[in-house]
Write a protein that binds this ligand. Structure first.
Ligand code: CA
Length: 333
């Protein structure tokens, strides 16, 4: 059974030389605009034959480093600088970006759990379908920017997944190393079904993602890491000329058991270890203090394993089931 065509139409050519700024137009009929559309910004820069990179941000609407780096690149990148094509979509889930929320306010769908999407589904499902059936097949390499958003914070890393095919994994790891974030992460997802990552990797594409700090805003440092990484990936792909801009990068992974820690009560978080610090198995990681009474001891959450604190819950209040901490292993050379 073949799928119906996507309702999304680009307002610019995707395969013409030069630099074109436009939108992916998705018809969206609603009370305040009967024949209205969602307009997802897109830039395509192309110069002759060569590889294609698809660079995406705003998969989640409350993460800013990727959108900053990609807005800068869309503004600055000139066709003469490249060989091949760069497709830049800084605000993939545009309705979520406009609302500053992780998931879309229109249908409550998390784009990064909606792949491969549905051309006749909800708004977010239609966006997923367009990316995976139209844009990703054009690409040799895909970089999808993430940060922690409003509820998580991470040490800054580029990531490649553990994959069944060693050649495919090696391609992704090489691109991840070229990004040259302060940390280079090899990971297995805790919730891989429906992710863009999985859908892109299933098509055999070279894929890397990132987590670059978080908390629902950017910093000078986090934006610099994202901007440098985007250009490094284009250089690695042979699209942009010039040498990689490199600095120290520590290899880490979260492939072992016990990396993730989840809250088994509600309360107020007192961190006892900061991001980037080392912790021993069994050592106190954080306290969760009650917020409804005084005079009680906190629930102290111990580290499930030894390693580097690579991710943490960001808001001061903790809800039952929140991901509190991610402890990564430092990979020996
Ligand atoms: Ca994210």
């Amino acid at each position: 059974m073949s799928l119906p065509p996507s309702p999304i139409v680009p307002t610019i050519p995707l395969d013409a030389d030069g630099k074109h700024h436009g939108h992916l137009r998705l018809p969206y009929s609603r009370n305040d605009s009967a024949w209205g559309s969602i307009m997802i910004p897109i830039t395509v820069v192309k110069n002759g034959d060569g590889p294609t990179a698809l660079l995406t941000g705003g998969n989640h609407g409350d993460e800013y480093e990727g959108p900053i780096a990609l807005q800068a690149l869309a503004h600055e990148l000139a066709p003469e600088e490249i060989t091949g094509r760069v497709i830049i979509a800084p605000f993939m889930n545009h309705p979520a970006v406009m609302a500053g929320t992780r998931v879309s306010p229109l249908d409550g769908v998390n784009l990064n759990r909606a792949f491969p999407g549905k051309p006749d589904g909800s708004v977010t499902q239609k966006i997923a379908d367009y990316f995976i059936r139209t844009l990703v097949p054009m690409a040799d390499i895909v970089l999808d920017f993430h940060s922690g958003g409003k509820t998580l914070d991470f040490v800054p890393f580029a990531a490649a997944h553990v994959l069944d095919d060693p050649e495919h994994q090696a391609r992704c790891v090489a691109a991840m190393e070229a990004f040259n974030a302060p940390y280079a992460m090899t990971l297995r997802e805790i919730d891989a079904v429906g992710m863009f990552d999985t859908a892109v990797e299933d098509l055999g594409k070279t894929f890397i993602s990132t987590e670059i700090y978080g908390g629902g805003t950017a910093s000078a440092r986090s934006a610099r890491i994202a901007r440098k990484g985007a250009r490094n990936v284009l250089k690695h792909a042979g699209i942009l000329a010039g040498a990689l801009e490199t600095g120290p990068s520590t290899a880490i992974d979260t492939t072992a058991a016990g990396c993730f820690h989840f809250a088994e009560t509600t309360g107020m978080m007192e961190p006892l270890v900061d991001l980037g610090e080392m912790v021993e198995e069994g050592a106190p990681l954080l306290n969760i203090w009650p917020t409804t009474l005084t005079g009680k001891a906190p629930l102290t959450v111990p580290a499930n394993r030894s390693g580097l604190l690579a991710g943490r819950h960001f808001p001061g209040l903790v809800q039952m089931g929140d991901c509190l901490a991610v402890i990564a292993s430092i990979v020996a050379d």
